[in-house]
Design a protein around this ligand. Structure first.
Ligand SMILES: *Cc1c(COP(=O)(O)O)cnc(C)c1O
Length: 379
């Protein structure tokens, strides 16, 4: 089975991890800071805080933004549940805003429609690695005094108007995930990027129990104090050794993803069963996903086509079940909400495999089998 996504680990990565294991530090040693510095150098952000997962990154970003009981936070219904769950962790209320069908990202106009006096923040998700319209989102945030947290779990290596996603040029914070299907991996892992020193200080506290040893007025050299209700969201030196090694290969990873996307574009550009993903002019996508969408007259065949592709060894997937469809959300106030564009997108979507370790033969197999299966259903 060719999966939809997968990590790429080489001997160099393994050597770096062994180096960490042979060193004096297993958790929170010099390799954490090294990885954070490398993330800053790559993205252009001033500060980075590496943590145990993308979800942990979202949680402490939301806490540092001051999201609390009664606050509304606007995000996309087409995302992994974590983008919205982090709002619930803080006692806030996720408010979904419908997508722009062309690029499957949250639509700035819909964000503005959902804004109320209770709105505290916006969490735009760069779906599939295609950056959101950050300039418009930032303008809305400025107008209403909102904090912006970019969920860039799909978008490390993407660019928006000439700057790297993660630079936080149009946001307060950006979160990353290093889960194996994402652009680089640390096994599990995540990070928050920011240019704001005050936010950085809060993030560092929340990562480790809210405890600091930096207490000039303390009782003595042993003294530490807990200033916030934080968590253990620390990442290890072992993981960060892998992260730094992976980051060195990121440009090549992105290049390979673009190559694969181009092969698909050329192979599927003029078929009449499904539409291929679009890339806006002012962005460079990181191609985390390559999502094709069945044309209206074929939508009812999605399950059949999906199952046939799986049966023939293509590990297709659907990204994502809209967040408000999940039983937990339905049972907690989202039963009667509806986002027509997100829902019709969901009904039509199939993600094809795209990841750097895919061989040319794998790509050819996907093209051949997708054509075979869809031609069979051609009307
Ligand atoms: C993967 C992902 C996350 C969560 O990251 P983890 O590292 O798996 O916790 C959050 N948001 C989006 C959009 C993701 O794809």
């Amino acid at each position: 089975m060719i999966p939809y996504g997968k990590q790429y680990i080489d001997e160099e990565d393994i050597k770096e991890v062994l180096g960490a294991l042979r060193s004096d530090w297993i958790t929170q040693g010099p390799r954490v800071k090294e990885f954070e510095d490398a993330l800053c150098a790559f993205t252009g952000a001033e500060y980075a805080v590496a943590v145990s997962s993308g979800t942990a990154a979202l949680h402490i970003a939301a806490l540092s933004a001051g999201i609390t009981k009664g606050d509304e936070v606007i995000t996309s219904p087409i995302t992994f549940a974590a983008s919205a769950n982090c709002i619930l962790y803080c006692g806030g209320k996720p408010i979904f805003a419908d997508i722009d069908s062309a690029v499957v990202n949250i639509d700035p106009e819909e964000i503005e429609k959902e804004t109320t006096p209770m709105t505290k923040a916006i969490i735009p998700v760069h779906f599939a690695g295609h950056p959101c319209d950050m300039k418009k989102i930032n303008a809305i945030a400025k107008k209403y005094g909102l904090i912006v947290i970019e969920d860039a779990a799909h978008a490390l290596g993407a660019e928006y108007k000439g700057s790297k996603i993660g630079s936080c040029k149009y946001s307060d914070m950006t979160i990353l995930s290093f889960h194996p299907v994402k652009h680089i991996t640390t096994g599990e892992g995540g990070a928050i990027l920011t240019n704001d020193k005050a936010l950085y200080d809060k993030l560092v506290l929340f990562r480790s129990h809210g405890i600091t040893k930096d207490c000039p007025d303390g009782d003595g050299a042993w003294y530490y104090e807990m200033r916030k209700l934080g968590y253990n969201y620390r990442i290890t030196d072992i993981q960060c050794a892998l992260g730094t090694s992976q980051l060195r290969k990121l440009d090549g990873f992105i290049r390979r993803r673009k190559e694969i996307a181009e092969v698909y574009d050329n192979a599927f550009g003029d078929n009449s069963v499904f539409d291929i993903p679009q890339e806006s002019k002012e962005v460079s996508s990181a191609w985390h996903l390559y999502v094709v969408r069945l044309r209206e007259e074929y939508v009812e065949l999605r399950k059949d086509i999906f199952d046939e592709l799986r049966k023939k060894g293509i590990g297709v997937q659907v990204h994502y079940v809209p967040v408000h469809y999940h039983p937990y959300y339905r049972e907690n106030g989202y039963k009667d909400v509806s986002f027509p564009k997100a829902e019709s997108y969901y009904a039509s979507a199939i993600s094809l495999p795209v990841y750097p370790a895919m061989s040319d033969d794998d790509v050819r197999d996907v093209v051949r089998i997708v054509k075979e299966v869809t031609n069979k259903h051609l009307r």
